[in-house]
Structures are given as structure tokens and as C-alpha cells.
Design a binder for this molecule. Sequence first.
Ligand code: PMP
Length: 434
Amino acid sequence: PVFADHQDELEQRREKYLGKIWHFYDRPLNITRAQGGWMYTADGTAYLDAYNNVPQMGHSHPHIVKAIARQAKALNTNTRYMCDIVADYAERLTKDLPDHLDTCIFVNSGSEANDLAVQIAQSLSGNRGGLVIENAYHGCTELTTRYSPESWQHLPEAQHPEQIECLIEPDTYNGPYAGDPEAASKYAADADRAIAALAERGHKPASFMVDTAMCAHGLITPPGEYFNLVAEKTRAAGGFVIADEVQPGLGRMGTFWGFMATGMKAENVDFITMGKPVANAHPLGVIILSSKIMKEFLGGTHPLLFSTFGGNTVACAAGMAVLDVIERENLLQKSNEIGDYFRAELRRLADQHPLIGDVRGRGMLVGLEFVTDREARSPAVEETEQVIREMLKRRVMIGKGTPGILKLRPSLAWGKEEVDFFIHALDQSLTAIR
Ligand code: PMP
């Protein structure tokens, strides 16, 4: 990799003033600009960005950059004023959703959106319990950390939040019901167990929160009706359903709303929460809910709901420009076309490289599971780390998180050339580590 001239000094200063925070690489690159699907170091070396799910419409997309600049020049302030763009954007976001998802609350991040959705669910249901899938990540606030077993499941059980119960991961490749035609109902039955376990501790579920892209779960593919079944069980127990669209939304999975790509019905969703790509990396979080729920919440425990920056004019201009780009560039169709091409090319590579155990995903959400043995499906943890390092040498950046799995979430700006560059680098990397 190409490191900056002042790499050592920058690493030391970063650690001194920001603490030792988590990086994808032992030595993170000093990126100075980015365009489309590529990122550049100061000397102009181009790296293919295969994990950055935030500038989802492409880095520095000219239409979005222009919209941000134009609005910043005209008006950028708190949200106490009447501004057409804020109402226009909320109207446009909700226009194709069913009647019960007709109102937006704007905040600043995915965590805030999820936090507020849980607060509303708790307030209206009168319940304090929560259901999530094991390993899930939904945010960094106090409340969303509880809904993020990824952040606490390594701790002794006594330190686990007692209001939360985790469902087993509905893994159709390497789970207890993989290959079982009844997998959906068998995995969903774990929600009955979880609801009963909460009841034993004196709780009912306020909500079931789910990222249908299964990002923290290694992009596993849940079986058919799984999400609908768990949603129905949650509602029957008095809880609300929160579809966390921070990762799956805005075309990532080939549909505008990711949960729809999985077959989860909109009627089974009470709250949609959004973040990351919603304004193509400009900070914005959104909660979509019913006006009836909103009215009840504001009339009850929370009459003073207000976020100073949430949905300010510049954030809304960026969000609006994202919607323009999705339409103008036909990105939903492109996400499916390029995603299918990507998976087909990966499956072709699998013929030559036995390390590739499974290729999965939808749209531009592409999961690659490495195994040491295809029969046993045992995860190739160390080899995955090696592949990530080898790919960086070949100028491809990949995020890591789930051992044995490459989670590929490139921008929708990728075309076949970017896929071909990736495939060539992966072919060479897999050969190099043999
Ligand atoms: N939900 C999901 C599914 C996420 O992946 C994340 C961030 N990784 C969040 C919520 C939290 O979003 P933010 O970092 O913007 O607070």
C-alpha cells in the first residue's frame, strides 16, 4: 500500500488526540479525495472501494455536491423555520409507502433514528423489553447499545441488558436449520422462546429491531417468510416492528427499501429508520412512522421533540439529490444488474478456488464466505484476513467484521469495469495465499 510521507506522524497524532479507535487495517490509508467507486491517496494512487456503504451513489457525486453547495450558500440553519425543501423531501420520501408510513422525523444519525424509534415504541406500548437477532448492531447511544449484542455479547452474562432477548441467527448456509424446508418457521419459533424468556423477567417486547441486510451477521440470507413471522409474533405480544434500513436502504439490495427485497411486507413494519447513505455521507438520520403514532407520542410522554440539526436544509438538499440520482441513473435496476454480474463472476472464481464456500446477497450487497472445507463449511478465519491484506496490495479496500466472511457493499456507481478489477485482484490474491 501507498502510505503518506507523514504517515507515522499522522498515526501518532491521531492516536494522541482521538484515542486508539478501531480501524479496518493495521495501518489505515491516508485518503485525500474520492470519486465514484474509487478513493485516492495524496500521490494520486487509486484504490477501489469495495466496502464503503455510506457514499452509496458514488463518492463526491457531482449532482449531490452541487445541491449541498447551493443550499449551504442560500440557507443553513436550525430547523425552526418554514423551509420548502424540508417538507418537499419528507413528502417525496414517503410518497410510495403505504398509508401507515406517512410521517418523517429527521435526526442526525442511524443511532439517533433507532434510539428515538425505540423510545416511541416503549412509550406507546408501555413495554420495556426488546427483541433483536444475536450479533446485531443498531447504534451507539445507551438505548441502541442495548439493542446491539455485537457490543456486549462477549461480556459475562450478568452484564447483558436484562430487557433484551436475542433470537438465533436465521442462517441458511451454516445454521442449525440450513437446508431445512421448514427453516423459516423453525427459526421464527425462537421468537416465541425469546418472548417467554422476557416474560419470565417481567418484560413484554416494546419492539423487534432488524437490519434485513443482515450486515452484522455476515450477510446471511434468512429463509422466505422469516421476517414476517417474527414481526407477527412481536405484534401479537404487544410490540412494534422497526425495520433498520441504515444498511439495506436506498437501492443497496436492488429495491428502494431493502426489507422489501427480502419479502418482508410493509404492512408488518411500524418504523423505518435510515442513516448512512440517505444523504450520501452528509449526516442525516430519518424515522418514518405513522402520523397517528406520532400524534400519540407527542401528546403523551414527549411534547418537546426537537433536533437542532436534524433534517436541516443542507441535509435535506443532499437527501433530495440522492433521490434524484437514484431515479435519473436508474440505480435500482443497475444495483441488480451489476450485483448479479458480480455474484456470477465470484461463482466462476469458486470453480478454481476451493476457499470460496458461498456467494450470496441481493443487489449490490454481496457476501463471500470462505471455508477451509466445503463439506463441513468451517470458516476460514485466518485466510480471510490474508485475503483482505492481499487485496489491499492490489489496491482494493474491503471492510472486515465477521470472521470468515467478506462483506462487500460497494457504491452503486460501480460498473462492470470495477467488478472486473475486483475479480482479477481476488483471483491473484487467492492464488498468492494458496
Ligand atoms: N444500524 C445499522 C444496521 C448500522 O449498521 C449502523 C452503523 N453501522 C447503525 C444503525 C448506526 O448508525 P450511525 O453510526 O449513523 O449512528
